[in-house]
Design a protein around this ligand. Structure first.
Ligand code: HEC
Length: 183
């Protein structure tokens, strides 16, 4: 127990030392906050790599996390990656890999709705609750490759349909949809 406390104390000191240190850049250029984020100028500590720990209070830390976590765009990156890996899984008849990615696509769509509740209606009505998601899941567990391929192309349409509904239909020219247009 004593040893644990000593280790914790040493760790604490190291952390506060890190807080106190200003950043020395290899370029010699002085660190400063981006002009675009005016609120950062209220920070009393100098700009450093401790972009969360050096904030004035927890409200500001949460605000920064919220900014960094983004809205729908960051989950969509992940969704598009997993959607394409699902395509690969079907090509390779690796239904377990397909299920793995497909379940995470559902989770990430829900995260997107948490971050942007104005999109929840379309996420559920056009994807999660209308059979688009579950039919793909059923096709994967059926291990029937033709059914998986057919369902994948229905999923592709559902993704693109939501983009149109959300007024971002121009995104349907994204390379990921061209790469997954047929088997
Ligand atoms: C709510 C309905 C909705 C569904 C369902 C949906 N998307 Fe999106 N998607 C969006 C919105 C809205 C954006 C634009 C986000 C923004 O403006 O920040 C987007 C953006 C994207 C982007 C561009 C991301 C970027 O910024 O680089 C890709 C790629 C994408 N979606 C792929 C998919 C794929 C693949 C699926 C299906 C598995 C899918 N989307 C399902 C609404 C949806």
């Amino acid at each position: 127990m004593k040893r644990y406390l000593a280790a914790a104390a040493a760790c604490c000191c190291a952390a506060s030392l890190a807080l106190a240190q200003s950043v020395v850049q290899p370029t010699g250029i002085a660190p400063r906050f981006p002009k675009a984020y005016k609120q950062l100028a209220q920070q009393t500590r100098p700009p450093s790599n401790n972009w969360l720990l050096d904030a004035n209070d927890d409200a500001e830390r949460f605000r920064r996390l919220q900014v960094a976590a983004g809205g729908t765009d960051i989950p969509m990156w992940e969704i598009a990656h997993r959607y394409e890996e699902l395509y690969v899984a079907i090509q390779k008849s690796n239904w377990e890999m397909g299920v793995y990615h497909w379940e995470k696509v559902r989770d990430r769509l829900n995260t997107a709705g948490m971050k942007r509740p104005g999109r929840t209606q379309n996420i559920e009505a056009l994807f999660l609750d209308n059979g688009a998601w579950s039919s793909m899941h059923d096709a994967l567990t059926s291990k029937d490759r033709a059914r998986m391929q057919q369902q994948f192309l229905a999923v592709r349409k559902a993704c693109m349909g939501c983009h149109v509904a959300e007024r971002v239909g121009f995104l349907n020219d994204s390379a990921v949809f061209t790469r997954t247009a047929s088997f």
